[in-house]
Design a protein around this ligand. Structure first.
Ligand code: HEC
Ligand code: HEC
Length: 294
């Protein structure tokens, strides 16, 4: 069935029933029928002496019906109701939704802009905002970094410890979240050979205690690793090269450390710049840099 047919059908029915009701009510009151002129003697008699009579309906009832009819007519002219006629106001559910969405956006745009521009310590001092930030982290980040941001499975770094391989200041963390990070360390197994890997691994294990003066792995470390991890193993945040000079290790000690050096590592942090808006990113930065987590 073409939509036009049903539109016309509904329109005809609606108009007919409104006009019909109007005609009926008018004829009842002013049609000169039995309603006005009747007397006590007309109509059936019940139970011996009970007469229905023919009292005219009260006038307030007429005015109420008239008001309802006028209201219906005006309503049907303004709003959709007459078949496919859209109504003079062009009101639609979709339009209403869009309007309230726009109102919502303007109402909260200011609040969001304020958050995006607020100093971090101000955000950190607001427990409600920090709770919201924790919720954001739970929804977007916890799957990898763990609900408490403590890291997972030696694959996703702990975000509550002192080590930040990409930098721990607010600007660096913001960039990490916005743009994502791709770490690249090629494997050194082919270059170093098995003995070389063992020697350098052992050298790396010594670094937290200070740079060894003499060590079988020293020359190779200084040849191949210093460019990124530094002579003292402090790391290089610009490259995402983690510090090897502390006890914190991303991928784990033991055999994992040998694997890191032999096979390389390529951790990837996805970019959230498209998925989160400025205020959300700001909240996350505030949450990650609040004092209890660093
Ligand atoms: C799909 C898994 C995944 C999700 C989801 C994820 N991350 Fe990451 N994130 C990683 C990995 C893997 C790394 C480590 C990258 C590397 O090895 O350099 C990382 C690194 C980081 C770092 C850098 C840590 C450092 O030491 O410099 C920060 C900060 C971070 N993520 C924050 C977040 C935030 C905030 C969210 C949520 C908006 C998030 N991540 C969501 C996987 C994820
Ligand atoms: C091109 C720069 C670069 C060079 C050269 C380099 N690394 Fe790395 N290294 C990285 C990066 C970046 C990571 C982080 C990988 C990740 O997050 O997935 C890393 C990670 C590591 C890790 C894992 C650290 C942890 O906390 O689990 C170890 C161990 C390591 N490198 C040792 C070495 C050694 C030994 C050499 C020299 C033979 C070396 N690296 C050379 C960039 C480099």
């Amino acid at each position: 069935m073409p939509a036009g047919f049903w539109g016309g059908w509904v329109l005809t029915l609606t108009v007919l029933s409104v006009v019909g009701l109007a005609w009926f009510v008018f004829s009842l009151y002013f049609g000169g029928g039995g309603n006005q002129g009747g007397g006590e003697d007309e109509g059936p008699v019940w139970d011996g002496d009970l007469r229905e009579g023919a009292h005219p309906a009260p006038m307030w009832w007429f005015w109420m019906t008239l008001a309802a009819l006028v209201f219906s007519a005006i309503y049907l002219m303004l709003y959709p109701g007459l078949g496919s006629y859209a109504g003079a106001l062009r009101w639609t559910e979709g339009g209403r939704l869009a309007a309230s969405q726009a109102a919502w956006n303007t109402e909260f745009a200011e609040a969001r802009a304020a958050i995006a521009a607020a100093p971090l310590d101000e955000l950190q001092a607001d427990p409600k905002l920090m709770a919201a930030a924790g919720g954001l982290f739970g929804r977007h980040c916890a799957a990898c970094h763990g609900a408490d941001a403590g890291g997972q499975a030696n694959l996703f770094p702990n975000l509550t410890d002192a080590e930040w391989q990409w930098g721990g200041d607010a600007a660096a963390i913001e960039r990490t979240i916005r743009e994502g990070r791709v770490a690249v360390m090629v494997g050194w197994g082919a270059v170093l050979g098995q003995d070389g890997v063992a020697a350098v691994t052992d050298y790396v294990r010594e670094l937290p205690n200070g740079v060894p003066a003499e060590h079988p792995g020293k020359t190779r470390y200084e040849q191949f690793c210093v460019a990124c991890h530094g002579a003292d193993g402090a790391g290089q945040p610009l490259l995402g090269a983690p510090s090897l000079a502390n006890d914190i290790s991303l991928y784990g000690d033991g055999e994992a450390l040998v694997e890191s050096i032999r096979d390389g590592r390529g951790g990837e942090m996805p970019a959230f710049g498209e998925r989160l808006d400025d205020s959300q990113i700001r909240l996350l930065v505030a949450w990650l840099t609040r004092s209890e987590s660093s």
